[in-house]
Design a binder for this molecule. Structure first.
Ligand SMILES: Cc1cc2nc3c(=O)[nH]c(=O)nc-3n(C[C@H](O)[C@H](O)[C@H](O)COP(=O)(O)OP(=O)(O)OC[C@H]3O[C@@H](n4cnc5c(N)ncnc54)[C@H](O)[C@@H]3O)c2cc1C
Ligand SMILES: NC(=O)c1ccc[n+]([C@@H]2O[C@H](COP(=O)([O-])OP(=O)(O)OC[C@H]3O[C@@H](n4cnc5c(N)ncnc54)[C@H](O)[C@@H]3O)[C@@H](O)[C@H]2O)c1
Length: 470
């Protein structure tokens, strides 16, 4: 019998969609990616890539500010931020990366179609599915043996506080500011809010952060969040805690944020970072019999299957862990599974993540909160960077390395790093967690002297010392 080529349609060309497309094409499937905007998705065009490019400019200003302490005179001149140049870099890099991704997937033989994809099955329960692609006045319908939903998410809008791109912005519009705001109020203190607050603070802007909880970064390591709060307060940032924005009024000179309870915060501009909603409303889920779960997210299992045969979902539309790396892995796993390749279910406990604030906060594995709650027994050590020779040379006073291991075996189960380059430093701990290496393995590995990574091997040695006491 002749082998049938599997027809795969991927709705959305972000990290979940395009990484899946690469895997599927490499395994001989006939792949179409439908993307209404640009390849790379919101990740490349509006979210991850632009924000990190913007943060790189803020980082350059930090280096300039800190140079004096190391004996390099900047003549007390306040470095000026040329926002239109920053904006040009942000937009240019995003478009270039999107073009690179398009070329790459097309080179692998993937068909890329510009348009909006929707299911249009005649009835539920069909073995193959139908996807309509609308672009302007034209509509094309594709038959598919497998469909991957990878439609991502969109900034959440609070009614009464809608972004207008003039005084009130979401994070996708903020780069269009013609000049730095006089006073920016950041509404929401999750990862997006903390990253933008940090970047604007480091660019010299007065910032007020509205946090619905008792601290910034409520889902991150509490000690790491405390370091960031210290930096924020040292730079004159006000953190309004336990506060929810209900409405924003704007006038010729600024904005007034009305908080639940009646208080107000006045600023020149507002940035809304209150989370995202999945793009699952208008994609014809009813045609295939999928009912979205709470918040509109599509429920999937650990190999990215939805409840409907032949339909997979990956990335932000599933709400599993809203990270580009996780989206990409969910997408690849979906294709391996659909094409009958051997595949291991996704392991979220080994995901390394980073908050790109100044300093950065990187985490992997089991969290301190899980250990403190008694859910996972562990031995832990925290080494302040202030004890690291290289950190002293570089003038770094804040930050730490934390390492967690199993009590009896010393197997590394997690860690947190707070340092300017934490995103780069976390890899040895991630490698240890993924491969069940022990604190001895870390301790016996040579690190360069002097280096910040020396604190990781030192943390291993400190945990090794007590190994036989358990
Ligand atoms: C400000 C910010 C910074 C971030 N920084 C990081 C970071 O540093 N590291 C990290 O790992 N993660 C980061 N993230 C998270 C990361 O951006 C997301 O997890 C990632 O974009 C998810 O990828 P995705 O493929 O699911 O969706 P997306 O990247 O959102 O792509 C989905 C695509 O599908 C398209 N689409 C939607 N509906 C349709 C349709 N019906 N037909 C056709 N196309 C459609 C959309 O236009 C979009 O282009 C950040 C998020 C934000 C908001
Ligand atoms: N560096 C990175 O990897 C990176 C960067 C940005 C975002 N992300 C990911 O994207 C996802 C979303 O993060 P996020 O920060 O955009 O959203 P979030 O949902 O995590 O945080 C939004 C915050 O806003 C608060 N909020 C909601 N309504 C409010 C109101 N009316 N007033 C005041 N506060 C309000 C919420 O309580 C919440 O704490 C996360 O999973 C995150 O990991 C990752």
């Amino acid at each position: 019998m002749e082998d049938q080529v599997t027809r795969i349609v991927i709705m959305g060309g972000g990290p979940a969609g395009y990484e899946a497309a690469l895997v599927a094409a490499q395994h001989g499937a006939e792949v179409t990616v439908v993307e209404r905007d640009g390849l790379g998705g919101a990740c490349v065009l509006y979210d991850c890539v632009p924000s990190k490019t913007f943060i790189a400019s803020a980082g350059a200003r930090v280096a300039f500010r800190d140079a004096d302490e190391l004996g390099i005179g900047t003549d007390d001149v306040d470095s000026t931020v040329h926002l239109p140049v920053v904006r040009g870099r942000v937009k240019g890099l995003a478009l270039a990366q999107s073009a690179d991704i398009r070329n790459r997937v097309q080179r692998e033989g993937v068909r890329v179609v510009t348009g909006t994809a929707r299911f249009c099955d005649d009835r539920t329960g069909m073995a193959a599915h139908r996807v309509s692609i609308t672009s302007g006045d034209t509509t094309e319908v594709l038959a598919a043996d497998v469909v991957l939903i990878a439609t991502g998410a969109t900034p959440r809008v609070i009614p009464g506080a809608e972004p207008d791109g003039v005084r009130v912005f979401d994070w996708r519009q903020i780069y269009d500011l013609p000049e730095l705001p006089e006073h920016l109020v950041v509404v929401g203190s999750g990862v997006t809010g903390a990253e933008f607050a940090s970047a604007f603070i480091e660019m010299g802007v007065k910032v007020t952060v509205i946090s619905s909880r008792d601290r910034v970064l409520p889902h991150e390591d509490a000690d790491a969040a405390a370091v960031l709060e210290d930096v924020f307060s040292e730079r004159g940032t006000t953190l309004v805690k336990h506060a929810r924005a209900e409405k924003i009024e704007r006038d010729g000179t600024g904005v007034t944020v009305h908080l639940k309870g009646g208080e107000t915060v006045r600023a020149s501009h507002a940035l809304m970072t209150v989370g995202s909603v999945p793009n699952t409303e208008d994609i014809g889920l009813d045609k295939i019999g999928i009912e979205p779960g709470p918040g509109g997210f599509i429920t999937v299992d650990r190999v990215s299957r939805t409840g409907v045969p032949g339909v997979y979902a990956a990335g932000d539309c599933t709400g599993v862990l809203m990270l580009a790396s996780v989206a990409a892995m969910q997408g690849r796993i979906a294709m391996w599974h659909a094409l009958g390749e051997g595949v291991a279910p996704i392991k979220l406990k080994t995901v390394a993540a980073n908050v790109f604030t100044h300093p950065e906060i990187a985490t992997v594995g089991i969290s301190q909160a899980t250990i403190d709650s008694g859910e996972v027994p562990a031995r832990t050590v925290t080494l302040p960077l202030a004890t690291n020779a290289r950190a002293k040379m570089e003038g770094l006073r804040r930050g730490f390395v934390k390492l967690f291991c199993r009590p009896a075996t010393g197997v590394v189960i997690g860690g947190v790093i707070v340092a300017p380059s934490a995103s780069e430093l976390i890899l040895p701990i991630a490698l240890a967690v993924q491969n069940q290496l022990t604190v001895d393995d870390l301790a016996l590995t040579f690190s360069v002297y002097p280096s910040l990574s020396g604190s990781i091997t030192e943390a291993g040695r400190q945990l090794m010392r007590h190994d036989d006491l358990d």
